[in-house]
Design a protein around this ligand. Structure first.
Ligand code: NAD
Ligand code: MLT
Length: 308
């Protein structure tokens, strides 16, 4: 059987697949190239770079499974895959700690202006007064989406003595209580939190969950973080809020269009950005690659998948 790996995948995952199948690693394919190439393959392994569109699925006459080495499956046309009986699996746990740690790193970098201060000193300036920060100790963190990553972020923030508010319609009061978290609404978080971080999937309910109305409710000292998916925070509204001083800062890892060179807030001084690095650790990339390889080996050998 033949497996196509169309985004860079850790060597541990590739060699696991090679023990069982004929593996072709071809990254950076255009949609047309992928449509032409996919015809013979039994499995496709991707990260976030490859768009598995309806055209790709329709051309994939032998395809039985698409494996996403990561969490989000928003780059796969799930309806088209389902119509054709193609299984879609992801790796929901392998990168959650890396994404949670990146979120904390972004929050701390923003609280202490580390990227701006680093750039300033490297430009041979000594501008200590410009980079006055804030402590996170005793501050309130609002977590929108208290799933795998949101819960790990909350736990780490509690370790820094932060109080946690959360909004997640699928989390029970009992679970929140056990985590030491107060469940509330998005608007209440907007009014009360000092830092707000989003950790939901991008759906029609979560798109623009932080929008102009919420920025209008925030304290002028508020700071927001998005290490989940571009579009959960409305990018235009965020740019307006930052320019108008309605909030103090933002730390953003994910964008509605990547790379985000036309993004409306990318050049603002009170924004720090990273190029979708949440899962970019050695550990996470091995975890997700091995997890997806195991799923593909199981399914192509007639077994079942765990993470459909
Ligand atoms: P998860 O499924 O474990 O958790 C998502 C949570 O969002 C769930 O608890 C769910 O109940 C909640 N939710 C769903 N709809 C909601 C709504 N309307 N309002 C509030 N909460 C809602 O997912 P996860 O593994 O924690 O991933 C969270 C996000 O992080 C995803 O978007 C994922 O793609 C993204 N992610 C990004 C990176 C990165 O590199 N930046 C890395 C990993 C994951
Ligand atoms: C994910 O959804 O797992 C992340 O966005 C990370 C990635 O795409 O590698």
């Amino acid at each position: 059987m033949k497996v196509l790996v169309s985004d860079s995948l850790s060597e541990e995952g590739v060699s696991k697949l090679q023990e069982h199948f004929d593996v072709d690693v071809s990254t950076g394919l255009s949609e047309d190239e992928l449509v032409e190439k996919i015809v013979d393959f039994d499995a496709l392994v991707i990260r976030s770079g490859t768009q598995v569109t309806r055209r790709v699925i329709e051309a994939a006459d032998n395809l039985k499974i698409v494996g996403r080495a990561g969490v989000g499956v928003d780059n796969i046309d799930i309806d088209a895959a389902t119509e054709k009986g193609i299984i879609v699996v992801n790796a929901p746990e392998g990168n959650m700690l890396s994404a949670a740690e990146h979120t904390i790193a972004m929050m701390m970098s923003m609280a202490r202006n580390i990227p701006q201060a680093n750039a300033s000193l490297k430009a041979k300036k000594w501008e200590r007064k410009n980079f006055m920060g804030v402590e996170v100790n005793g501050k309130t963190l609002g977590v929108i989406g208290l799933g795998r990553i949101g819960a790990e972020v909350a736990k780490r923030a509690q370790g820094m003595e932060m109080d946690i508010l959360a909004y997640d319609p699928f989390i029970t009061e009992d679970r929140a209580k056990a985590m030491g978290v107060e469940l509330t609404t998005v608007d209440d978080i907007a009014k009360r939190a000092d830092f707000i971080t989003v950790h939901t999937p991008l759906t029609k309910e979560t798109r623009n969950i932080l929008d102009t109305a919420q920025f209008d409710m925030m304290k002028s000292s508020s700071r927001v973080i998005n290490c989940a998916r571009g579009g959960i925070i409305n990018e235009e509204a965020l740019a307006d809020a930052l320019k108008a001083g309605k909030i103090t800062g933002a730390a953003i890892d994910v964008f509605t269009s990547e790379p985000p060179f036309d993004c409306p807030f990318i050049g603002l001084d009170n924004v720090i950005v990273t190029p979708h690095l949440g899962a970019s650790t050695e550990e996470a990339q091995v975890n997700v690659a091995v997890s997806v390889a195991e799923e593909i080996i199981s399914v192509l050998n007639g077994g079942s998948a765990r993470n459909t």
